[in-house]
Design a protein around this ligand. Structure first.
Ligand SMILES: Cc1cc2nc3c(=O)[nH]c(=O)nc-3n(C[C@H](O)[C@H](O)[C@H](O)COP(=O)(O)OP(=O)(O)OC[C@H]3O[C@@H](n4cnc5c(N)ncnc54)[C@H](O)[C@@H]3O)c2cc1C
Length: 558
């Protein structure tokens, strides 16, 4: 029987992060993935918010992950009466020009290249990866997890198992660690994948996402009564139309989702002028996929309290119930929890104690993580059901604006500020890593091409007209900041520490400041056309720069 220090189940978004860190710490680490090619069984990666990259694993932040498109905001369509064309638009969460699109609020990615890229980095760090291998059972001795059994009948022993199997959680349920979720908290997502020429995607979307919200009786989107919505995501040369709905209603009724999804899709694509006139003539349907994900687990205290570890095992990401109730953005939580799990695994292995009581520090750290906690417990998406029930346009506007608009900052600023200050306290140099990350990611979007049958294509770069003086100035500026931060590290750390209590007041402060900020944003929109040349110059500069200008200032990239 083979024996490893750590066996990681699943090479989705979270698994490779945990595996890489354990291997780097010198532990014999095996990662098992059921699909033949990493990432091909993951449906998602639609939008990964900026905080996933800022506070997530260092190798992702400092590297060149495969990104399909930066996102500068969401345009919400509140559809009051589709027949009459009575549609209200809220685009209060758009990063203004000239900062957009280089300063993005998120990035759209495709699962397969992204997960492949992460898994490659793990393998480079010494992880042994086996694909086409399904774990069918957790091996237990005296109630303690001691390894896994695969579909090939092989039994593999591990001092510790990290379970990143994703939302089904079948292994954790089978081993009695967690219970199956009730159907009211599981959503079925129906994703239509359209091919569209890059110029068309650029023209129609720019860098925005489009979300639609409406009333039940219009049958244009899954009933908001269950917190569902309809989202349209642009990629480099394709568009995803995604609708999702819980498997059962509050009263226990089970809707015929396949039939309903078809009806919503037909009504919306034929009724919404934006889709009918701008998308439909240019898009070609290439595939349709369904996937389940747990969505309201975090709001249910009993489900939230279900164990995320046991003797010999730690659960991460979706398997630990960390899918985001607020925005469905489960990738950041998968990364954060995988990072924490690896730290705890390393401590446990070094201490020779993998008991549940030792591993409980994982649970404590997940609970202390401000962004994970905000993302699993914030209720805006869920609250949409009340707007629907009350048929209140005012509530609908408010929840959309507070969940998918500027208003969100009145609820998430405290978590963000806390994370920023914590990260700076740990390492002040992170500030220049953050500053370099945004233009580097934008540069990648301009040049990288991905080969969906395998790895990534070679970027086509043209530095023939590089703006040498501007680059030299920027390079010198970054170096100066690096030196200043290195010299002033103790001072910067102390200042961040002193400011930490202030984080608590960020949400109330935003509530007070928001009307002013929103007025400013409205004014800014009026001057945006005048700023377009500046924005173009910035884009041109990033596009012609030597990528070394934006490279991570220290090891950790890839
Ligand atoms: C339709 C949809 C839209 C979403 N949109 C977003 C979004 O916009 N932004 C965002 O951040 N998040 C989004 N999410 C959520 C996000 O995809 C998940 O939270 C994230 O993928 C969780 O990562 P994970 O590593 O826990 O699991 P996954 O990424 O699901 O990885 C699990 C891996 O384990 C493998 N596996 C499963 N069982 C076994 C087994 N028995 N043996 C071996 N391997 C196994 C799977 O093949 C898979 O590779 C969305 C999810 C869905 C379904």
């Amino acid at each position: 029987m083979k024996e490893y220090d750590v066996v990681v189940i699943g090479a989705g978004f979270g698994g490779p992060v945990a595996a890489k860190k354990c291997a780097e710490a010198g532990f014999r680490t095996l990662m098992l993935e059921r699909s033949a090619r990493v990432g091909e069984k993951v449906i998602s990666g639609l939008t990964i918010p900026f905080y996933g990259f800022l506070f997530g694993p260092a190798f992702i932040r400092d590297g060149n992950p495969p990104i399909e498109r930066p996102v500068d905001g969401i345009i919400n369509y509140i559809i009051k009466d589709i027949e009459a064309g009575d549609i209200e638009i809220d685009d209060s969460l758009r990063i203004p020009r000239p900062l957009s699109p280089i300063l993005a609020f998120g990035y759209n990615a495709y699962c397969r290249p992204f997960c492949q890229w992460e898994a490659e980095k793990a393998v480079e760090s010494g992880v042994e990866l086996r694909t086409s291998t399904t774990v069918v059972e957790l091996l237990k001795e005296d109630g303690r997890v001691v390894g896994v059994k695969t579909d090939k009948g092989e039994e593999i022993r591990a001092r510790l198992v990290i379970d990143g199997e994703g939302s089904q959680g079948l292994l954790a349920v089978g081993a009695g660690i967690r219970e199956k979720y009730p159907p009211e908290v599981i959503s079925l997502a129906d994703v239509y994948d359209y091919e569209m020429a890059k110029e068309d995607v650029d023209e129609v979307f720019g860098y925005t996402l489009r979300f639609c919200w409406g009333w039940d009786e219009q049958r244009i989107a899954p009933p908001l009564g269950h917190g569902n919505g309809l989202m349209v995501w642009p990629y480099r040369e394709s568009v995803h139309f995604c609708q999702d709905q819980c498997l059962a209603m509050d009263d226990g009724k089970v809707p015929n989702l396949r039939k309903l999804f078809e009806e919503y899709h037909r009504n919306l694509t034929s009724g919404l002028p934006w889709w009918r006139e701008e998308i439909a003539p240019r898009a070609r349907l290439r595939a349709r996929v369904f996937e389940n994900f747990e969505i309201f687990v975090g709001l249910n205290e009993r489900l939230r309290a279900m164990p995320n570890h046991a003797d010999g095992i730690i659960l991460i990401g979706d398997a630990a119930g960390l899918e985001s109730t607020e925005l469905c953005d489960g990738v950041p939580a998968a990364w954060f929890s995988a990072d924490i799990a690896a730290d705890v695994a390393i401590e446990a292995l070094r201490a020779g104690d993998v008991s549940a009581s030792f591993l409980s520090r994982y649970d404590q750290r997940v609970r202390a993580h401000p962004i994970i906690q905000w993302s699993i417990t914030a209720p805006h998406r869920y609250n949409l059901r009340f707007a629907q029930e009350h048929h209140s346009l005012e509530e609908l506007r408010r929840y959309v604006h507070d969940g998918w608009g500027l208003g969100g900052f009145a609820f998430m600023s405290s978590a963000l500020v806390k994370m920023i200050l914590q990260a700076i306290r740990e390492d002040p140099m992170i500030i220049t890593s953050w500053l370099r990350m945004f233009p580097r990611y934008y540069y990648n979007w301009l040049y990288e091409r991905y080969d969906y049958s395998g790895g990534r294509g070679e970027p086509a770069r043209d530095h023939s007209r590089e703006p040498r003086v501007a680059q030299a100035v920027l390079r010198a500026g970054f170096k100066l900041m690096d030196s200043a931060l290195a010299l002033g590290a103790p001072l910067v750390k102390a200042a961040a520490g002193l400011l930490e209590p202030v984080a608590r007041f960020a949400n109330p402060a935003m509530k007070v400041l928001l009307p002013g900020i929103e007025a400013l944003m409205r004014g800014w929109k009026k001057v945006e056309p005048a700023l377009a040349p500046l924005s173009d110059r910035m884009i041109d500069f990033v596009g012609r720069a030597d990528p070394a200008v934006f490279a991570a200032p220290r090891k950790g990239g890839g």
